[in-house]
Design a protein around this ligand. Structure first.
Ligand code: GLV
Ligand code: GLV
Length: 444
């Protein structure tokens, strides 16, 4: 936990010019209405407030929530607003007036997370010159690493961050295998640096981060982790369906903010799920698993897909306009490619029902994020549930500000069991290729 000193200001641009431009302080977080700078081992925060100068605000900083609670209790009679937890910085803060009528601001900043390290830390896990070399761009569950160590000398980035691109570029030339994440862009430049690479094993089912055509041209195999994450990702799509339709995060935060005054006839009315129409865009493995779960809810299932597939439940294949206009809940399960980029744009969103819900657990760029924000702002559709974004990990401020969207940090396959299974499959893929065997899941 670490403290932060927070100031109110009416001029965030001026603050930035001064602290970043003139003093050269490093901007640690910018959340639009708040900026935090690093100053030695302290942090200096500035919140936008219209009357910052004129109201004579005094800021008190407390080290933990208990102190803030105590202060709030002392001044409660004078409080002008209730405590609120900021979703951005975990700043617990409230405003009150002191006996002289000055505005008081109490807040504390709770940061249990270690500040991210800037540097990759690459070590050889099992030095052994006789083995082929594998670059592991980030630590994955142990079960896969165990397998890798039996066959490879594993050069692993043990820092808790995406491996910087220049580190990948610097090391790839002497590697026989690469085990990478979807955040690693394995493009022409990287592939050109690789002198003896035989396999790119992606720790993901989606492989839009890899130039597969160029890898194939260079005789490098590309592998992924399909199948093992299907059911887990389908579970998460359903978590988003439930959360958006019944406004679960909104309802929970309402209660935590102390707004619950008892049962109300019109409180937080959502959409039903049972017996509605579920539209599936892409009836592949995950799309099928999501659709199958809908049979338990007595839903009508329609889908649009390029694949011809035998289904063991009832579902109607339709064209894209029909899918858009008839779905109550539309869930996306296609890979990202040049054809699917921005497949769902303003025109497509306009075809959806006004009470429809859009779920995306596939790839952010399949949806035109700006158009989606506009549709949600204008309440053109009821809600969206998103696990993926166009420019991860960046999210537009406008999206964060919307109440009718449920946002998750790309956790579709994030169960303990599945991430371990992915780890093993990614390892088996790399091992099979260097041993000249057929890989369990080879893309090219
Ligand atoms: C995750 O998004 C994956 O493609 O596995
Ligand atoms: C609600 O709780 C009801 O009993 O209808």
């Amino acid at each position: 936990m670490c403290g932060i000193i927070f100031f109110k200001t009416a001029d965030l641009v001026g603050i930035r010019d001064f602290y970043e431009g003139k003093l050269g302080l490093k901007l640690w977080q910018d959340q639009g209405t708040c900026q935090v700078y690093e100053f030695g081992n302290m942090r200096l925060g500035f919140c936008l407030a219209d009357k910052a100068e004129s109201s004579g605000t005094i800021t008190f900083v407390y080290a933990d929530p208990a102190e803030v609670d105590a202060a709030y209790t002392r001044f409660r009679d004078l409080a002008t607003s209730r405590p609120e937890q900021s979703e951005f910085f975990q700043i617990y803060h409230f405003w009150a007036r002191d006996p002289e009528g000055r505005s008081l601001e109490f807040q504390c900043f709770i940061d249990n997370v270690e500040p991210p390290r800037e540097q990759a830390e690459i070590i050889v896990l099992n030095p052994d010159q006789t083995k082929p070399k594998l670059l592991l761009t980030r630590m994955i569950p142990e079960s896969g690493i165990k397998k890798l160590k039996q066959v490879f000398e594993v050069h692993a980035n043990i820092a808790d961050l995406v491996m910087p691109r220049n580190e990948v570029l610097n090391r790839i030339s002497e590697m026989d295998a690469l085990l990478c994440l979807l955040a690693d862009q394995i493009d022409r430049e990287v592939i050109d640096q690789a002198k003896q690479l035989k396999v790119i094993s992606n720790y993901a089912v989606g492989y839009n981060n890899i130039d597969t055509a160029y890898a194939a041209e260079k005789g490098i195999a590309v592998c992924n982790t399909p199948g093992v994450l299907t059911e887990t990702t389908a579970d998460l799509a359903w978590a988003l369906i439930m959360a958006t339709a019944r406004r679960i995060p909104e309802a929970e935060s309402y209660l935590r903010k102390g707004k619950f005054r008892g049962w109300e006839p019109l409180l937080l009315l959502g959409q039903d799920i049972h017996e509605r129409t579920l539209g599936i865009l892409g009836m592949g493995r995950i799309g099928t698993a999501v659709a199958k779960r809908a049979t338990g809810f007595g839903m009508k299932i329609i889908y649009h897909s390029n694949r011809v597939k035998e289904l063991d439940f009832e579902a109607e294949k339709v064209d894209l306009p029909t899918l858009l206009s008839e779905s109550d809940i539309l869930s996306i399960h296609i890979p990202l490619s040049e054809e699917s980029r921005h497949l769902i744009g303003a025109g497509e969103l306009a075809m959806m029902k006004s009470n429809a819900i859009l779920i995306n657990t596939a790839r952010g760029a399949i949806v035109d994020e700006k158009a989606l924000i506009k549709a949600l702002q204008a309440k053109r559709i009821f809600a969206a549930g998103l696990d993926v974004y166009e420019n991860e990990p960046q999210l537009p401020q406008e999206l964060l500000a919307l109440p009718n969207v449920v946002l998750l940090p790309h956790i579709g396959s994030a169960s303990l069991a599945t991430r371990s299974a992915m780890s093993e499959l990614a390892a088996e893929n790399a091992i099979a290729i260097v041993q000249g065997k057929q890989a369990p899941a080879r893309v090219v």
